[in-house]
Design a protein around this ligand. Structure first.
Ligand code: AMP
Length: 189
């Protein structure tokens, strides 16, 4: 049986990480957060982590090949799930094309792009809140947060049109309580 490949989409601070746990439990998926994988590489002091750190700390993307290799390794190594929940990947049209090509090798494809939408004003508020809770370096400085939001609009938002054109785009309102947003996500999935 082919696996499900869900993309959890949305601007920084939309609540992707917060919602991921409940979604993977409900649908027996493996959560793959490229941001979390990169932060563990940094924490472990690996060569990859060293290369990624300066880029992440300034709110810039790491090279496509780096995250694509991480995703492929996870797809190949994880067993016993019905599919995957991709969080923070793809983030560019080039990554979306790479994902499509990777899945096509095994006759598979993206199941849906589930998008959590919140307005920009709320992005700043949510990130300030998370900075206090999680202490992420890339949440701490205003100019880095602003850079990430601009990068989101310029490079990641085109994926909305990309997945709409493919008939795979499902958007939910990300404003509300964690439980309200979770119900909306479960409904579209
Ligand atoms: P996140 O935890 O998803 O907010 O990701 C934190 C940071 O990791 C991002 O701001 C990027 O610097 C880097 N990153 C995560 N995923 C990707 C990706 N798919 N492509 C490029 N950079 C990424």
């Amino acid at each position: 049986m082919n696996k499900k490949y869900y993309i959890l989409f949305g601007p920084p601070g939309a609540g992707k990480g917060t919602q991921a746990g409940a979604i993977v439990e409900r649908f027996n998926l493996c959560h793959i957060s490229t941001g979390e994988l990169l932060r563990s590489e940094i924490a472990a002091g690996t060569e990859l982590g060293k290369q990624a750190k300066a880029l992440i700390d300034d709110g810039n993307f790491v090279p496509d090949e780096m995250v694509e290799a991480m995703i492929e390794a996870k797809f190949r190594s994880v067993e016993g799930v019905d599919g995957f929940l991709l969080d923070g990947f793809p983030r560019t049209v080039a990554q979306a094309d790479a994902l499509k090509a990777l899945l096509a090798k095994t006759g598979e494809s993206v199941t849906a792009c589930v998008s959590i939408m919140i307005p920009d004003e709320l992005v700043h508020e949510r990130i300030a809140h998370r900075a206090a809770l999680e202490g992420r370096a890339d949440d701490a400085r205003d100019e880095v947060v602003t850079n990430r939001i601009q990068t989101y609009h310029a490079k990641t938002e085109p994926l909305v049109a990309y997945y709409k054109a493919a008939g795979l785009y499902r958007e939910v309102d990300g404003v509300g309580s964690v439980d309200e947003v979770k119900e909306r996500i479960f409904n579209v999935m």
